[in-house]
Design a protein around this ligand. Structure first.
Ligand SMILES: C[S@@+](CC[C@H](N)C(=O)[O-])C[C@H]1O[C@@H](n2cnc3c(N)ncnc32)[C@H](O)[C@@H]1O
Length: 226
């Protein structure tokens, strides 16, 4: 387990406390539409932290080629139709460049600043000359609007139970996934970032915002500086 991360419930867990079974059950939302709205037709996408392929599979259906990276082999076993690479994102160096590098699922909010820099450097290292990086960041009230929950029409509930400060601007966040037959929890550490702090974090590694893709500024197209 990564420090400050924990998962409870049945089945395999990732080092950041995600349950493989939960991610196999969660439906995809609008993410592939946002990505497809900006990625060139047929683009080769490097998806960092792909999990079981919740976003990978709809992207493949839209005609993209995907290389899916995750540090959890049990997650990657469930990915179909994409090349998979089992590795921590921080250490990834494929010696290849991609049209689009995708860093979704709020991974940029990791509590560890050095880890964040390493994640973003991996993005930079793998983006092609005419390519770009797509980042999914947290919404502005993610850490203040708690507790909150979303009841999915298919019958499960995702609940953010608490976000408690643990020092140095980092919160310990507890999430619950309640399905009719079972419940999983994930506790993880996340660092809220204002727009300015986020842009500064990109700048530290030689990336800059090209544009915010959604009104809530959660999805960001970033490009190498210069
Ligand atoms: C919250 S899940 C999201 C999975 C997928 N992006 C989705 O939206 O369904 C995060 C995934 O990223 C992986 N992950 C988190 N940090 C990672 C790291 N530093 N290196 C490699 N994989 C990582 C976890 O193993 C997990 O599968």
């Amino acid at each position: 387990m990564r420090e400050g991360h924990k998962g409870t419930g049945l089945g395999a867990m990732t080092p950041d406390g995600c349950a493989v079974e939960v991610y196999s059950r969660l439906p995809v939302m609008g993410e592939p539409d946002v990505i497809a709205g900006v990625a060139p037709a047929g683009a080769h996408i490097l998806e960092l932290g792909s999990g079981v392929g919740r976003m990978t599979h709809p992207l493949l259906e839209r005609g993209f080629t995907v290389t899916a990276v995750d540090e959890c082999a049990e997650m990657l076993e469930r990915v179909r139709g994409a090349r998979t690479v089992c590795s921590p994102i921080e250490e990834l160096d494929l010696g290849e460049r991609f049209d689009v590098v995708l860093l979704a699922s709020f991974l940029v909010h990791t509590g560890d600043i050095e880890e964040r820099r390493a994640l973003l450097r991996t993005c930079l290292r793998h983006v092609g000359d005419d390519g770009f990086v797509l980042i999914q960041r947290e919404g502005e009230d993610y850490h203040t609007n708690v507790p909150r929950e979303r009841v999915d029409p298919s019958g499960f509930t995702v609940r953010i139970v608490s976000a408690e400060p643990v020092g140095d601007g980092v919160n310990s966040v507890r999430a619950e996934y309640v399905f009719p037959d079972a419940t999983w929890t994930q506790t993880f550490q996340a660092r809220p970032l204002t727009r300015e702090q986020f842009e500064e974090a990109l700048g530290e590694v030689g990336l800059r915002v090209d544009r915010y893709l959604t009104e809530d500024r959660i999805w960001v197209k970033a490009v190498p500086v210069g």
